[in-house]
Design a protein around this ligand. Structure first.
Ligand code: NBG
Length: 791
């Protein structure tokens, strides 16, 4: 496709699809017209992929996930279809600025953080390697809330991406399922039959997910909830306008919002309804496909691999048993075995509050037949495993992690350490009963989005040096190894990073009115705000450093810009206080004429995928400082390493594997191990001891308590200080000294440009293993038994 063809296609769509006159078209119109023109180029691959899958009878992968944090789709499609040059040329000829058009697209923020972004990387990889797959999720009307600050405090506003036309989806009016809730189970003809009391319609919307070079494309099928019975005309005619629309509104509520929390359970009936809604619709869709293709349900495990992304779709176990047993007459034991043959489950956290539990009362009321079946599954499991201790229902609660485990043939963790800890802690007993069920699949990220598209300068340099093969075979980055001692390569590598930093500095000045020096170290911590991720450790270090600089302004300080971004769950008070504190500290530090040339702190609002794409290529130092044992894997850590930002981090999650690969000298390690952290917690007064032993730490805490950052208000951070000086469960104080020392080692390394560029380049050259292509190949062979398509 030439630029001229593309330009014609854009103009055609502008006029004939959008009815917009080029003389008056808005940026939005041009963006949609471009999206249509690009979309036209991928539909044929999309059809070819499903035809090839159907023809070969290939086993399909079904990825069930409450979240798909896909971000912008236009640029992804342009890059994967290799249309960058044509798009640039066509848009420029039309008098448009290409970046402005691309950045006009709102992020599809259908996820909270790592879990949802992982699902998005997986969809891209599945299409790239040609594994036939569907992603199934919810088409939330409102994605993750928009974040702004009011005097430093987080303010949440509804996100409304769908208020703009969404150019990438196709509504499938013929694909609708009726999903029921409540009601009762009655015996009919000797069989239990569930009669739901309430119903909604699940309406399918399909988005093609295109892989590298546009060869294959899979489907992301998202369900929107619609009322079964529309608008009540009789009531309307009686003048009861609001009541007439009531049922309609109720029906839509289910897909209205994404729950803004990834680590705490929402004790909400609506949440359970959302989970059942999309799981039930997806399973019906899967069985329908198998039946339409003439497959036998007894062979279901040969046709369908169904991956449960966390416990959110764990109701799939009983639902699949219900569909097979109640609705299709398969004997119960066979139905359980068949379901287990299809299902597998990924655990993403060991945080106890995030392991879902639903009250038995709620489950019985909303899903009465499922509650029966959970008990039957539990009993069958007890028979299989005499003498076992595990039960699926405990203290009146259904344990969704255990249910997912028992109904899965494989259960995986997302990093080596996390998988080990799963075996030792949350699933210790189940692991003893099923010693081969737990496997590890360390997370990965797609290099197309996270290097090729977001870091074009680095990508050009890599391609110039080793050719283009790395894009879908990231292990080839190893071939950069000989260049790591080549001064010309290292100069070019450093120049690319410097240019990315200059771009970021320009953008920060233009959009946030802040001036930063592109030669300072860009020290970046971007992720959800959570105590275990310890953004407060980072800000304490900033305060301590500020005090040191003030005490010795003529010292040899290495200029730093600390950049934070991330959202706190609206109900997570402590996390919101951390945000407030960072903003308060930033205001004081940035206004200090003595220290600010050396130390600035920025908290950028509304962290999302697009902001990550901007920040990561410009980062020097990657902050991965969670309390050991708490971060299941992390995926941001991989993106930073690939883009040449060495990590300052603990031995947690995938940090462990990153360090093994990039080399211990190219990683700033600090802090306790998971084991040591456990032991430390048992030391009475551990926080106090740590504070007494470190005058910088005690000094920083004193400044906070004194009101230095809160306009002399001594109360504002009383809660934070009390937590840190008291229980300090996440061991911020006990790890502080080690963190401070590691930061100074980072300073020393950064002060020597030769050292730093070699460390950075080593991180790029040795992180190829963290491609999601490698991860997905692992799932295919260890869990799914799926194969790639061939033309
Ligand atoms: C998150 C973990 C991360 C991990 C991602 C993806 C949840 C529940 N878990 O460490 O906190 O990288 O999952 O696996 O969001």
């Amino acid at each position: 496709m030439t630029a001229a063809d593309l330009r014609d296609s854009i103009l055609r769509h502008l006029a004939y699809s959008l009815g917009s006159d080029p003389e008056h078209a808005t940026l939005h119109d041009w963006r949609i017209a471009l999206s249509f023109a690009v979309r036209d180029r991928l539909v044929d691959s999309w059809f070819a992929t499903s035809r090839a899958a159907r023809k070969s009878g290939a086993k399909r992968v079904y990825y069930l996930s409450m979240e798909f944090l896909i971000g912008r789709l236009l640029e992804d499609a342009i890059v994967n279809l290799r249309l960058e040059e044509q798009v640039d040329k066509a848009l420029s000829e039309l008098g448009l600025v290409p970046r402005e058009v691309i950045e006009n697209e709102p992020d599809a923020a259908l996820g909270n953080g790592g879990l949802g972004r992982l699902a998005a990387c997986f969809m891209e990889t599945l299409a790239t390697i040609g594994c036939p797959a569907f992603g199934y999720g919810i088409r939330y009307e409102n994605g993750l809330f928009r974040q702004s600050f009011d005097e430093g405090r987080q303010v949440e506003e509804a996100e409304d991406w769908l208020s703009q036309f969404h150019a990438w989806e196709f509504e499938r009016r013929h694909l609708r399922y009726r999903i029921c809730f409540g009601g009762e189970v009655v015996e009919e003809g000797g069989k239990p039959v569930w009669h739901g009391a309430e119903a909604v319609t699940a309406q399918a919307f399909d988005t093609p997910m295109i892989g590298w070079r546009g060869k294959w494309a899979n489907t992301l099928r998202l369900w929107a909830a619609e009322p079964v019975k529309g608008f009540d005309l009789a009531r309307f005619n009686r003048g009861e306008y609001a009541a007439a629309a009531e049922e309609e509104a109720l029906g839509r509520t289910i897909s209205r919002v994404l729950y803004p929390d990834d680590t705490t359970e929402q004790g909400k009936e609506l949440r359970l309804k959302q989970e059942y809604f999309f799981t039930a619709a997806s399973l019906r869709d899967i069985l329908g496909r198998v039946e339409a293709e003439g497959g036998s349900l007894a062979d279901l495990p040969k046709r369908a691999a169904i991956q449960l992304n966390d416990t959110h779709p764990a109701i799939a176990g009983p639902e699949l048993v219900r569909l097979l047993h109640d609705e299709r007459g398969m004997p119960l034991d066979q139905a359980i075995a068949t379901a287990r043959g299809c299902l597998s489950y990924t655990n993403h956290t060991l945080m106890p509050e995030a392991l879902e539990r639903w009250s038995e009362a709620l489950m019985s009321r909303l899903l009465p037949r499922h509650m029966d079946l959970i008990e039957r599954i539990d009993a069958a499991h007890a028979v299989e495993q005499p003498g076992r201790k595990v039960t699926l229902v405990e203290h009146g609660e259904v344990k969704m992690g255990e249910l997912a485990f028992v109904m899965a043939h494989k259960v995986n963790g997302v990093s080596a350490l996390h998988t080990e800890l799963m075996k030792q802690t949350v699933f210790a007993e189940l692991h003893r009963l099923h010693p081969t069920r737990i496997v590890n699949e360390t997370n990965g990220v797609t290099p197309r989005r996270w290097v090729l598209s977001s870091n074009p300068r680095l990508s050009h340099l890599i391609t110039e040096t080793i050719g283009e093969g790395w894009v879908d075979d990231l292990d080839q980055l190893e071939r950069l190894e000989p260049s790591l001692t080549d001064a010309a390569f290292l100069d070019a590598y450093a120049a690319a990073k410097r240019a990315n930093k200059a771009d970021l500095a320009t953008w920060l000045a233009a959009t946030h009115g802040v001036k930063v020096d592109p030669d300072a170290m860009f020290d970046v911590q971007i992720k959800r705000i959570h105590e275990y991720k310890r953004q407060h450790l980072n800000i304490l270090e900033a305060i301590a450093l500020w005090s040191d600089i003030r005490a010795n302004p003529d010292g040899d300080w290495v200029p730093r810009v600390k950049i934070f971004a991330g959202k706190a769950a609206p109900g997570y008070v402590f996390a919101k206080e951390i945000i407030h504190l960072i903003n308060d500290v930033a205001a004081v530090l940035n206004a200090d004429p003595v220290t600010s040339p050396y130390l600035k702190v920025l908290f950028l609002p509304n962290y999302n995928v697009s902001l990550a794409e901007r920040l990561i290529p410009a980062a020097d130092l990657s902050e991965q400082i969670s309390t050991a044992g708490k971060e299941a894997s992390g995926t941001g850590n991989m993106k930073f390493a690939l883009n040449g930002a060495p990590t300052i981090g603990t031995l947690d999650g995938a940090n462990v594997e990153i360090r093994e690969r990039v080399g211990t000298r190219n990683f700033f390690l600090f802090g306790m191990t998971a084991e040591e952290a456990e032991a430390r917690r048992a030391v009475p007064d551990h926080a106090r001891q740590a504070i007494t032993a470190d005058t910088r730490l005690s000094g920083a805490l004193r400044e906070i308590s004194r009101g230095t950052f809160s306009g002399n208000d001594r109360h504002r951070y009383r809660g934070v200080v009390a937590n840190l000086t008291g229980e300090d469960y996440f061991l911020v104080c006990s790890d502080f000294t080690a963190y401070w020392d590691a930061q100074r080692r980072a300073d020393a390394a950064f002060a020597d440009p030769e050292t730093w560029r070699r460390m950075a380049a080593c991180n790029t050259a040795r992180s190829g293993w963290f491609s999601s292509d490698r991860t997905i190949r692992g799932y295919m062979s260890d869990i799914w038994g799926a194969k790639v398509l061939t033309h």
